[in-house]
Design a protein around this ligand. Structure first.
Ligand SMILES: CC(C)(COP(=O)(O)OP(=O)(O)OC[C@H]1O[C@@H](n2cnc3c(N)ncnc32)[C@H](O)[C@@H]1OP(=O)(O)O)[C@@H](O)C(=O)NCCC(=O)NCCS
Length: 192
């Protein structure tokens, strides 16, 4: 039909993208308006959930752990790698940045330049198990230790210690979090 409405790219959204992923576990929920670019390098473990308007760019590879929950508008962006553990919760608007550009030697800091004009520095954004991230936080290519809490609207520029509570720009430690029991974590892992 001539006037039929078509939207390009819907094959990368919601359940349409499932069979294009490198790996998709059991019980994975991909909301209808979540989108994944370069799904062939993206692995989603059992029971994780991508809320609406989550946007993942696969870069050099993305792994999302079991029972991890992306609330709406969570983004993974950049040409690097992003590895997210099990039972991680991202508040709405969380952004994981996996790369940056070099500004040395008068380099152009724009994507799509000719060879040698720009230098993207791909990194690794590594988020441990049981990390909790508040709304609108931005995380640079760093390592966030397991169980860390990142308060809403924080900007994370350095590695974070396990079970620390961090807030602000740049994020600084404001406390420690009590670790849930190993039995509880195992029990959650065993849920279907
Ligand atoms: C971090 C958080 C979990 C509270 O943890 P907490 O251990 O109870 O921390 P407290 O409230 O005792 O605050 C500790 C300090 O950090 C500060 N702080 C807390 N949250 C902050 C934030 N987002 N940005 C800056 N500072 C913050 C507090 O003002 C306090 O500072 P002070 O000691 O100088 O007064 C909570 O503030 C938060 O950000 N939750 C995320 C909410 C959210 O994004 N929800 C998404 C939908 S579910």
């Amino acid at each position: 039909m001539d006037n039929e409405l078509t939207i390009e790219g819907v094959e990368f959204m919601g359940n349409n993208v499932r069979n294009k992923l490198k790996y998709c576990g059991e019980g994975v929920k991909i909301n209808a308006l979540a989108k994944i670019a370069k799904p062939e390098v993206v692995e989603l473990a059992d029971n994780c959930r991508l809320g609406d308007f989550s946007f993942i760019f696969g870069g050099k590879g993305v792994k999302i752990g079991k029972h991890t929950d992306f609330q709406p508008h969570t983004r993974i962006w950049g040409g690097g790698t992003c590895i997210i553990g099990d039972r991680v919760s991202t508040g709405p608007g969380t952004t994981f940045l996996t790369a940056t550009y070099s500004h040395e030697g008068g380099k152009i800091m724009v994507d799509g330049m000719e060879e040698g004009e720009a230098e993207e520095q791909g990194g690794l954004c590594e988020i441990g198990h049981d990390v909790y991230i508040g709304a609108n936080s931005v995380i640079m290519p760093v390592k966030v230790g397991e169980g860390a809490v990142i308060a809403a609207c924080s900007f994370v520029t350095h590695n974070l210690k396990p079970w620390g509570i961090y807030a602000g720009n740049p994020a600084k430690r404001v406390g420690w979090r009590e670790k849930p029991s190993d039995e509880k974590l195992k029990e959650i892992d065993s849920r279907k």
